[in-house]
Design a binder for this molecule. Structure first.
Ligand SMILES: Cc1cc2nc3c(=O)[nH]c(=O)nc-3n(C[C@H](O)[C@H](O)[C@H](O)COP(=O)(O)O)c2cc1C
Length: 203
């Protein structure tokens, strides 16, 4: 198995050390090498560092405060505390990469089955790109965190991003200041069903 797959962990504490630009570019380059449905490549990246982070963090904070009073995601209220913690991680990380679904359909609209499939296929494609990026960060000796708590501040961050398409996720990148344990995984025996169709698989 690739060592990056084994070594990657979600990193939530970062050293206050800048990340060289060539490393960020390599991470992004690995993202766009991901497969995508119909080769649509439905991604766009917005890299936020330095002073540009201030307004972005303010937008996320504004969204989380609004979410407490006027929730966009009322059924996910139990995760709001976690989102506030994620904001602190974004504050600390030297780099935050926003991943936009450039072909995203309006989150407020109800979708026809074909539109939903289009959305699911694009989401899988972007997920592949993000995983490539996390693995490349790990290979470069960097830590990363894949973030979707940004949905709690969906409107505020979308306004701040002002990008064509839908806010999809964010990823923090930086030098890790922690060494988290591997979170337990489900056992293959519990989640894999082998169906024997007569093909020989060697033991
Ligand atoms: C789609 C997705 C969204 C995630 N969103 C967040 C998030 O907003 N905040 C956070 O702290 N972790 C987030 N995570 C990280 C997961 O909590 C983490 O991957 C999981 O607990 C397994 O730990 P590991 O990545 O160290 O193996 C997210 C992961 C994925 C794949």
């Amino acid at each position: 198995m690739l060592s990056a797959i084994i070594n990657r962990r979600s990193i939530r504490k970062y050293k206050s050390v800048d990340v060289p630009r060539y490393m960020i570019e390599e991470i992004l380059q690995s993202g766009i090498l991901a497969p995508s449905s119909k080769n649509r490549q439905p991604w766009k990246f917005i890299v936020v560092t330095g002073d540009a982070k201030k307004d972005m963090l303010a937008a996320m904070e504004k969204g989380l405060i609004r979410e407490r009073e006027l929730p966009f995601l009322p059924e996910s209220a139990q995760y709001l505390g976690g989102a506030e913690y994620t904001l602190k991680i974004m504050e600390q990380a030297p780099v935050v990469i926003f991943i936009v679904n450039s072909l995203g359909l309006n989150i407020y609209s109800s979708l026809k089955p074909e539109e939903r499939i289009y959305e699911i296929c694009n989401a899988q494609s972007i997920g592949a790109a993000i995983e490539n990026m996390a693995l490349t960060a790990s290979e470069l000796g960097l830590g990363s965190l894949w973030i979707c708590d940004t949905y709690f501040a969906y409107k505020e961050l979308s306004d701040w991003l002002n990008a064509e398409g839908e806010l999809f996720a964010a990823m923090t990148v930086g030098y890790a200041d922690e060494n988290p344990y591997t979170r337990p995984r489900k056992r293959l025996d519990d989640i894999v069903e082998w169906r024997d169709c007569g093909t020989k698989i060697l033991d």
